[in-house]
Every structure is written in structure tokens, then in C-alpha cells.
Design a binder for this molecule. Sequence first.
Ligand SMILES: Cc1cc2nc3c(=O)[nH]c(=O)nc-3n(C[C@H](O)[C@H](O)[C@H](O)COP(=O)(O)OP(=O)(O)OC[C@H]3O[C@@H](n4cnc5c(N)ncnc54)[C@H](O)[C@@H]3O)c2cc1C
Length: 429
Amino acid sequence: MGAEVTVVERDVIGGAAHLWDCIPSKTMIATGGAISFSNRLDGMGLESQSSEVDVSGLTNRIESIKDKMRDNNTESQGVRILRGAGRFTGPNSLEVVGVDGTQTVEFDAALISTGSRPRVPEWCFPDGDRILTTRDCYPPKTFPESVTVVGSGVTGVEFVHMFSSFGAKVTLVVSRQQVLPGKDPEVAAVLEHEFMNRGVKLVMGARAEAIERSEAGDSVIVRCDDGRVIESSHAVLAIGSVPNTADIGLETTGVEVNKWGYVDINHHCVTNVDHIYAAGDISGKLPLSSVASIQGRKVAEHVMGLHTRNHRHLDYDKAASAIFTEPEIADVGLAEAEAFASGRKIRVTKVPFSSTAKAMINSDTRGFVKIISDPNTGEILGGSIVGRHAAELISVIAVAVTAGLTVTDLAESILVHPALSEALAEAAE
Ligand SMILES: Cc1cc2nc3c(=O)[nH]c(=O)nc-3n(C[C@H](O)[C@H](O)[C@H](O)COP(=O)(O)OP(=O)(O)OC[C@H]3O[C@@H](n4cnc5c(N)ncnc54)[C@H](O)[C@@H]3O)c2cc1C
């Protein structure tokens, strides 16, 4: 749009999603998925095969995907890239300290998107060797023989799934009585059942309060607040993240952070200072790459004054999200429990994948589709999907929720047969 743009990056363009999070974790999960699939070949009239993970082959594959994804166009589009750590020195200036020395950048508008890092409590000292944060899991040096995952949110369950597909003995410490706290209990129940079938040990209703190396140093001990003690070769801490908003000179700009360290923003991603924007994990909205990326686009439009044309506010309540376990889990919009809590009348329809021909052909009938709609107007308000390709299928419900489509719109769409999406049409019907 013609603006003079500078990107300040101390590490790698592409950020955490590229370095440690989305791409590495999902590529490792895809390999784990291939192993589980080959273990299920019996059901397809073939012989099951056992597969060994080739750690260096897997690492090369991840690096080659990263290389292909790396956006080489940024610089060629005339964007100036400054390598180094940025720190604001005033409301219109920033200092960048890099290998080439210190440079000053003056700006009319700034976007802060410094991301977040794993939360590490005072009772745990990750050593990058056996006591790990999620960032220490990539690149994989070896795959653990046994691992205790502390934290049963989205990241925790994805790591449980990945390590168990690679054959590790996995224990999951769950602070409540349900994995994925806050998610639909029926959805969580499918995953718990799957974990137990795979031999994952669920330690429910327990909070870890210490993680330390054993005296011999060759294992890790996780102590829980109810006295339970778990020993494994490795432990992974997955208890959320904290925003990177300290030490970037925000105080010199007047930008305020809330008590958790996040920068509050309005619907244009503007902070309390008119010409400074924030996006991504530091905005305290949904910590997802997809959200960070669309926020960035909205910021560009606003800076250039394009927001007055066909602008639609970002509605974080309508963001689709997925959990890449097996089966996959995805949801969007209003959840059943949320509707009951607020007293809103809804209609819930649930169709198991086992009723579709495609699930039987795939030899994987796990899971279901759930659509939540308004009983008077038929408007689709939300939905959850558990099952194969849930992360792809949820897009249909996400579009319906954003566009205000009704169950009739979906039921009368002529979809493909045989396909898993037939369960969506059936739920809508
Ligand atoms: C294990 C894991 C898996 C995930 N998988 C998914 C997924 O499948 N899908 C999904 O949508 N989300 C996923 N996420 C979440 C996703 O990774 C984050 O929401 C996303 O990366 C946030 O983007 P961001 O731009 O806010 O921050 P980041 O991607 O962290 O980018 C911030 C950048 O700022 C740089 N930086 C920080 N401070 C400075 C400074 N002072 N000067 C210069 N540069 C600085 C950093 O080097 C970094 O490159 C996952 C998270 C984890 C932990």
C-alpha cells in the first residue's frame, strides 16, 4: 500500500510458529499419525507394520518444510529488515541492537508483536535435557522412553499424542477431572478414552508442585500436591505462556500492559496510544498463529486508512481452532456449556462419523459432529468436531458462523459422497 516498512526481528522471520510451535509440532504429529495408521492396517485388509522413528530424517523433513514456507518475498517487496533486539526509546522511536551495532528507527506508527514464551513456575527448573519446556522438544535429540507431561491444555495433549505415537510410555498430569479444561466434556471424553486405549496414564485432579532430576540423574521425578509421585525419563512442562512485553521499553511509549502483562487493544488492534498497535500472543486474545496473522492484516488496513471500507470487526468468539491429536478435535463459535451457562436457548444436533460410509471406508469411525444452532431462526452459532480431518472440516462451520448461515443453508448444500462432510449435512438436517 506504499508505506515505508521496517521489520525488527532478533531471531527468525516467521517467529515461534516457524521455529518451535506450529510447523515442527505438526510435522512431528504427522509422522506419529503415520505410525498409528500403519499400526491399524489390519482393519484395511493389509498387514500391520511396526515403524521406527528416524530422528534425523524427521528433523530434515521439518527443516525442509520450514525452508519452503520461509517468506523470501518480504525483502523483495521493499521491506527493510533489521536484525536485532528492538527497544522503544520514546513514542516514535526504537533502538535496535544487533550484530551490526545499534541503529535507531523513527516511525509514525508501530506494531508490537513480540509473542510469548512458555510459562515456567518457580518450582520447576527446565534444563533442556530431561526437564523440558515445549520449546526444548524441537529439534528432537532422541525420543524419550517415558515422559510425564504436566498440563492438559491444547499443547499438553498434543505432546501426549505425539510422544505416545512414537512409542513412549506417557503420563499426563491433569489438574482438573477432565483433560482440555473448558472444552466440551463429550469431546474431552473421546480423547481421554483414546489416551487410555493407547496406555497413557492419566493422573487426574493433581497439580504438579515440583519437578526435579532423580539422584542418579537419569530420570525425572514429578511430585503432585496430593502426594502422588511420577518417575519418567523426561518431563515436559505445558502450562501456558507469558507475553514478551517486559524489557522492550513500553514505558517510554505510554503503552500500558494489564496485570498479566498483555497489551489491551481495541477492535482495530490499537493500544491505549493511538499510533501504536499490538497483535498476536501479546494482545491476550486467542494465542493462535491464525489470529496473529489476521490481526496483522487488520493493522495494516487501519494504518493506511482502509478500515473505513467494508471493514468487519474481528470477532474472536468466531475463531476456529483445532487440536492435532488422534482423533483431531476442532471447534468454533458458541459452545454448548457456554450457552447453558448464559441461559441461551440452543438446539444441539450430534451425528457420529460411524453413520457415514467414508468413515467406514477409512476404517476410522471415531468421533462425531455437533452443530449448535438457534432454535427459532436456524442460524448456526457454533460446532465441535472430533474425528479424522476435524481441523479441515470445521472450516465449513466456521464460514457458516461468520456469514450467519442457517442449518437449512448447510443441509441443502449438495456435498460430496462418500465424504466425512456428509455428517455435517446430516447434523444440519
Ligand atoms: C507447541 C505449540 C504449538 C502451536 N501450534 C499452533 C498451531 O498449530 N496453530 C496455531 O494457530 N497456533 C499454534 N501455536 C500458537 C502460535 O505458535 C502462536 O500463537 C504464534 O506463534 C504467535 O505469534 P506472534 O506473532 O504473536 O509471536 P511469535 O511467533 O512468538 O513472534 C514474535 C517474534 O518477535 C521476536 N521478538 C520478540 N522480542 C523482540 C525484540 N525485543 N526485538 C526483536 N524481535 C523480538 C521473536 O524473536 C519472534 O520472532 C502453538 C504454540 C505452541 C507453544
